[in-house]
Design a binder for this molecule. Structure first.
Ligand SMILES: NC(=O)c1ccc[n+]([C@@H]2O[C@H](COP(=O)([O-])OP(=O)(O)OC[C@H]3O[C@@H](n4cnc5c(N)ncnc54)[C@H](OP(=O)(O)O)[C@@H]3O)[C@@H](O)[C@H]2O)c1
Length: 216
């Protein structure tokens, strides 16, 4: 009998992370939710282990990842936060994965990181640049996060959603890059659908070491 896969979800109390958590349990995984505040999680499940910790704590992150098969990262910060949660957090995750011999990493970043700006027209680019200036620290943090992931040598996949909504799960979205999936500033995806895509990446190796958009 095949052993159940064990995954770790970072950002599991977040608006996307909560769906990643429920959907990965529905898919039959053993799930470690690494959270700062366990009281935010009302979910109880026989295959769910809640570990309390901060992403800045290297040792705790190491213990969360020990013995797992894949890591899903839906970390983020509220607007205006200057904390390097995505970059330093991802650095800690990558180090812990290497220490534990865990290879599969799936992370959400988004439309807006510098290297995605060539995929939108000049007007949209100008708008997005202005918008991101309102939260420059978070935008810079995401850039560093992507660099760290790409340099990691792990089996990573970066998912780049455009605007996220609280809409329902449709399972009807596109995942890809280039001509096949081309975002605009009005592109959308629900957090539930993004979570589904993220969970699928655990076993789907189509986008290993790639950073596709995921959107309607
Ligand atoms: N909003 C959009 O339209 C949009 C578009 C494209 C991409 N994105 C990206 O998508 C990702 C997910 O977005 P979201 O709205 O679902 O995020 P969110 O609701 O803000 O959730 C962020 C998660 O990160 C956790 N976190 C923050 N600091 C932490 C720390 N020091 N230690 C441990 N955990 C920490 C939060 O924990 P707490 O609950 O304890 O705070 C929360 O679980 C983000 O990276 C965001 O930038 C968003």
């Amino acid at each position: 009998m095949e052993q159940r896969k064990r995954i770790v979800v970072f950002g599991a109390t977040g608006r996307t992370g909560e769906h990643v958590l429920t959907q990965s349990l529905e898919e039959g995984y053993d799930v470690i939710a690494y959270v700062r505040n366990p009281t935010k999680l009302s979910l109880q499940h026989a295959r769910l282990t809640i570990m309390q910790g901060d992403i800045f704590n290297e040792e705790q992150v190491h213990h969360a990842i020990e013995g797992s098969d894949a890591v899903l990262c839906a970390l983020g910060v509220p607007m205006g936060s200057k904390l390097p949660v995505c970059s330093v957090g991802t650095q800690n995750i990558i180090q812990a994965m290497k220490r534990n011999g865990v290879n599969r990493l799936i992370v959400i970043t988004g439309l807006g990181v510098k290297r995605t700006r060539g995929d939108i027209n000049w007007f949209e680019r100008a708008f997005l640049t202005l918008f991101l200036c309102l939260d420059q620290a978070a935008a810079d943090d995401k850039e560093i996060q992507e660099d760290l992931i790409e340099e990691s040598q792990l089996d990573w996949t970066i998912l780049r959603p455009p605007w996220l909504t609280h809409g329902k799960k449709t399972s009807r979205y596109r995942v890809g890059m280039g001509e096949s999936v081309h975002p605009t500033l009005i592109s959308r995806i629900s957090r539930r659908d993004l979570a589904e895509c993220m969970v699928q990446q655990i076993t789907d190796r189509t986008f290993i070491r790639q950073a596709p958009y995921v959107m309607y």
